[in-house]
Design a protein around this ligand. Structure first.
Ligand SMILES: Nc1ncnc2c1ncn2[C@@H]1O[C@H](COP(=O)(O)OP(=O)(O)OP(=O)(O)O)[C@@H](O)[C@H]1O
Length: 305
């Protein structure tokens, strides 16, 4: 569990994070979402002390982070960034084993763990001897995730980890990561400015603007009750809509009748989400039944209706 209490970060009189208070539950995938410069990365880096807070308190599993030595604090948290940060001169095996090496695990245990993680992120053992330059963007990100998980930290801090992966592979790796997270039940803080990614992955989403919380909610509630026009516009942005345009409404129809303006059977899930945002509801009628927000989220997550 992570708790931030009135945390502020000031850079030369400019408050990048303003008196932020939040709690992230154990096993939760918590997304920090917002436009460029709103303070997402700063918030994440305050947790592992890559950025020192100006005021406020931060607790990890009930302990104030000031009570840990910085190295120990960082070891409690895997950290994954967009550029992966893999060491170019080391092969994949050595990259994944960075933290076990630091912790002086014996060679056998490290090798077994490395192999296990490689498999977990969907790469076969032939990758062990490859150098980062021989990997595609998506493969490198997978190795980055494996490395962050190596010493089995309870917490993962992820800063736009899939930002550099091409759109097709990106959706695949997002879904894979979601499955891994569900299996391992790590507490994850995930920074993104991509609404689709946030809706796809987040148990809860924090929308930030100018260093402050605009709304903290589940994806469902956020769409149902956007706090203000900023949230509504942010969620309704082109990204999500373009993704949802690929799904046909009738494939997700449920035989639950509901009142309201009936959507055409040819509508896409984009039309359905737009109608939901417009009417502030999570179910809209489609001839012969209805579409639900839950169904839309299922579609995005790749589960069939
Ligand atoms: N070291 C620094 N010195 C001064 N200002 C900084 C520093 N780091 C960040 N800032 C400022 O703090 C604000 C928040 O930055 P932060 O990187 O947290 O934003 P972000 O939401 O992660 O943005 P992005 O999505 O573009 O990465 C920005 O206005 C940024 O310019």
């Amino acid at each position: 569990m992570i708790r931030m209490e009135k945390v502020t970060k000031e850079y030369d009189g400019f408050e990048a994070v303003k008196s932020l208070s939040l709690t992230v539950e154990k096993g939760e995938l918590f997304v920090l979402l917002g436009p460029s410069g709103c303070g997402k990365s700063t918030t994440l880096r305050l947790l592992n002390k890559m950025v020192e807070r100006s005021s406020g308190e931060i607790y990890i599993e009930g302990e104030n982070i000031d009570s840990f030595r910085v190295e120990n604090l960082r070891r409690k948290m895997g950290y994954v960034i967009q550029s992966t940060g893999l060491f170019p001169h080391m092969d994949v095996a050595a990259n994944i084993a960075t933290v076990p090496e630091l912790l002086k695990w014996d060679k056998k245990k490290t090798a077994a763990r490395t192999l296990e993680l490689l498999e977990l992120v969907g790469l076969n053992p032939s990758y062990l001897k490859k150098r980062p330059r021989e990997l595609s963007g998506g493969e490198a990100q997978r190795v980055g995730v494996a490395r962050a998980l190596a010493a089995d930290p309870h917490i993962l801090l992820m800063d736009e980890p899939f930002g550099a992966v091409d759109p097709l592979n990106r959706v695949r790796i997002q879904k894979e990561f979601r499955a891994i997270q569900q299996k391992l039940q790590k507490t994850v803080l995930f920074v993104t400015h991509d609404v689709e990614e946030a809706l796809l992955l987040g148990d809860r989403i924090l929308i930030m603007r100018d260093g402050e919380i605009v709304q903290l909610d589940t994806p469902e509630n956020m769409i149902r009750h956007p706090q203000d026009a900023f949230v509504r516009e942010f969620l309704g942005g082109e990204g999500v809509l373009s993704l949802l345009q690929r799904f046909s409404g009738k494939d997700y129809r449920e035989e639950i009748p509901v009142e309201g303006e009936v959507l055409s059977p040819d509508c896409t899930l984009k039309d359905a989400l737009s109608a939901m945002l417009l009417h502030g509801t999570t179910r809209v009628p489609l001839s012969g039944g209805s579409l639900s927000l839950e169904g839309i989220l299922r579609a995005m997550r790749g589960d069939r209706a």
